[in-house]
Every structure is written in C-alpha cells, then in structure tokens.
Design a protein around this ligand. Structure first.
Ligand SMILES: [Ca+2]
Ligand SMILES: [Ca+2]
Length: 398
C-alpha cells in the first residue's frame, strides 16, 4: 500500500513539472541536445591503439584484441540491443552512454550520452525497445531509446525502494530467461549482519514494470555480474569476498544458483568453509551453498557471460568467461585479467586465465582493468575497461 502511495505521489510530482523536480530531487538526469561525440577517425583510432600497450596482453594462440571504442570515461557494465546499440554505464561517474557502429566495421563511430547526473548508474539492461538503468536505490527506464539517441526521453522511474547506501550500492542488472529484471543489493559494509532489510546482501528480481519485487538469492556480499546457462537457464554469478582478513583469504567466488531461495553464506561463512571471525559463530558453513569455484583472494570478479558464439574454438562453447577487475586489499596485486571457467555439467573442472597482461607482475604497474564482457552476434567479444576508458574487441582468427 505504502509503495503504491509513493508511486502515485511520484506521478503527481512529475505532473508538477520539470524545474521544480530538478531542484527538489537533485538527481534527475540532465538531457541535452549536444550529446554526441563523433569518433569517426581512423587516424585517431590508430593513435589510441598505439597509446595503449595492447601488445603486452597475453592471448591464447589465434586470438586478437583491438579497440572497439575509446574515450568512454569509466566504462563499466554493458548491454547490447538486438539492433546492435551498445549501452555502457558508470560507477563513480554519473553517465550512461550509447555506442553505435554505423558502418559495421566493428569500431564504434558515434557515442551518445543518454543521461548524466545519475547516482552511480553502473547497471544497464535492454528489453523491448527500452533501456533500463540501475542507480543506487532505483531503476529507471528510457523508452524507445534507439529512436531517441539524439534527444533521450526523461526516464520513467520503475522502482525506487532499494536502500540508498553507496557502499556496494552500484548495481549490475540483467533480464533473466524468465523475463524478470534481476537486481542485486550489496552489503552496505565490508562485513556486517543486516537483518533489518532482507534486500541487503541479496539478488532480487522484479517484473519489468517494477511489480512483484522479491529476493531471489541471499548471503551474497556484492555481485557485479551474473548470467544464465544457455541450455538449462540456471544462474551463475560472481561474488566479491570480504576484505581485511589478510592477503590470501577469503577467496572471491563463482556461484551457481539453479533455483530461488538459496543462501550463499555471507556474512557468516566465506568460500564455503571459512567461518567469519566475527559472525561465523552464529551459523554454520554447512547451512549454506558453497561456491562452485573459489577464485583468487581479492581478485574482484565482475562481468561474466557464457560463450555462446561460433567464432572462438569449439572448446569455448558454453564455457564461462569473466573479468577479474583486480585487487586493492592485497600487498601484491592479482587479478586484472579475463578468466575462463570450464564446466562439465554443473561442475567447474578448470579455472584459468584467458587474457592477462593489464598488470605487470614484476613492476606491479597496471594500465587497464576489465569490468564486463559482452558477446557480439558474430561471436567476437567486447570487454569494457574503466581504467583505460575503452571497450576492447576480442576476435579469433585461427
Ligand atoms: Ca564503425
Ligand atoms: Ca559465498
């Protein structure tokens, strides 16, 4: 009832009109008419490729990496429309971009700023002509967006009752095979037990119109990437382990959530078998679902997709490719790479690097940090980088 009241109130406020709302809420996106950057320039592209040391990247034999788009400030999560428009969000910045490859040479030619002034708009998803954007506490929807890239509409507020905590408040979002929008809510802390709101440390889901919001999975500290198996439609997600327990524990996690209602351990148990020093005495590790694969400590796993294309070798088919954004809470850096987890049935049988070299292990210098991965219809793969401000494209030539 209360929710309905707020929705009605929001509707009335919208009727009161633009300027008042801008001042009252202070978080309405600013649309403007000069929201395009033209990036058509072969010379510029070449110069940029030279600026980034792509040759330092180690790829499996036969693979190549190039720049799909550059100058995309803090490029985070990605969503691709069926027509090929690539939407890209921000975490610490405030914008959402749309990238269009007008001449289909696999390099973006136009970059549109769809919205600015948003509150950590990390998450983007596309469905039925509309772009969905996740801010910290709400979901926005930009209708008919591909016909309005030059002059984006004022978004519809789909839902605005998520917690407002900025700590782990940025969200990855995606539509599941059931047509529902999946929205995680991170723990508002490094480690804490917040039973006051079941949304904390969970993955929720809702109808596309914002109705029927429910918790899908609990005990998830901070997932910033999930996807569904192409055949059995079961969810897989990455989760970032807690900090401040030293360099080597706990592991970050790759988890498997075949059904609703599962609990993945946080804040009581990490990695399936490591009780938390503060909260571990409250509940036992055996009560929870252990990760399908322990990942490296502090590697910060983010975007994840099954490789469903036909360009890469057959051994990649239906295997998980995910980004490790890289550690900060560790003396010697690790992560800063793309990994592949090979599955046999529901079991992960290997976890190994796919592409690395953004981190120089000896000097500990970093020049890029992969965030999200996105397949293109030709089977090539895009990778966003919020440190180098680019989108890469990975191809296999054999
Ligand atoms: Ca192009
Ligand atoms: Ca866990």
């Amino acid at each position: 009832m209360l929710q309905l009241f707020y929705k009605k109130l929001a509707g009335c406020l919208l009727l009161l009109g633009g300027i008042f709302l801008l001042n009252a809420c202070g978080s309405q996106p600013n649309n403007n008419n000069s929201n395009t950057q033209d990036t058509t320039s072969a010379g510029m592209a070449q110069a940029d490729t030279e600026k980034l040391p792509l040759s330092k990247l180690r790829l499996p034999e036969g693979f190549e990496i190039s720049i799909y788009a550059e100058g995309i400030e803090e490029a985070r999560s990605m969503a691709l429309s069926p027509k090929g428009t690539l939407f890209v969000g921000n975490r610490r910045k405030d914008k959402v971009y749309a990238l269009v490859d007008t001449n289909q040479d696999y390099r973006a030619d136009k970059v549109y700023v769809i919205a600015s002034g948003l509150n950590m708009p990390n998450g983007v998803a596309f469905k039925d002509g509309s772009l969905y954007v996740a801010e910290v506490n709400r979901i926005l929807r930009f209708d008919d967006i591909e016909n309005r890239l030059d002059n984006p509409p004022t978004p519809v507020v789909v839902y605005d009752q998520y917690p407002t905590d900025k700590h782990h408040g940025w969200k990855f979002i995606a539509f599941g095979p059931d047509g529902k929008l999946y929205v995680p809510v991170g723990a508002p802390c490094n480690i804490c037990e917040r039973l006051d709101n079941p949304f904390y440390a969970s993955i929720t889901r809702m109808d596309p119109d914002g109705n029927n919001v429910e918790v899908f999975a609990s005990g998830v500290r901070n997932t910033v990437g999930f996807t569904w198996h192409p055949e059995n439609k079961e969810m897989w997600f990455t989760d970032n382990g807690r900090d401040m327990l030293g360099d080597d524990i706990p592991p970050c996690e790759l988890n498997h959530a075949p059904k609703a209602g599962m609990h993945f351990g946080y804040p009581y148990c990490h990695g399936g078998d490591l009780p938390d020093p503060e909260f571990g005495s409250k509940r036992k590790c055996e009560e929870f679902t252990a990760p399908a694969q322990k990942l490296g400590p502090h590697v910060a796993p983010l975007g994840i997709r099954f490789y469903t294309g036909n360009m890469f070798p057959k051994s990649y088919k239906n295997q998980l490719i995910f980004a490790e954004h890289g550690s900060w809470n560790r003396n010697k850096k690790i992560g800063y790479r793309l990994c592949i987890a090979e599955l046999e049935g529901d079991k992960v049988v290997s976890y190994k690097p796919f592409i690395d070299g953004w981190l120089d292990n000896d000097s500990q210098e970093v020049w890029g940090r992969p965030v999200d991965v996105q397949l293109l219809p030709d089977g090539s793969m895009l990778v966003s980088d919020d440190y180098a401000d680019v989108i890469y494209r990975i191809t296999y030539k054999g």
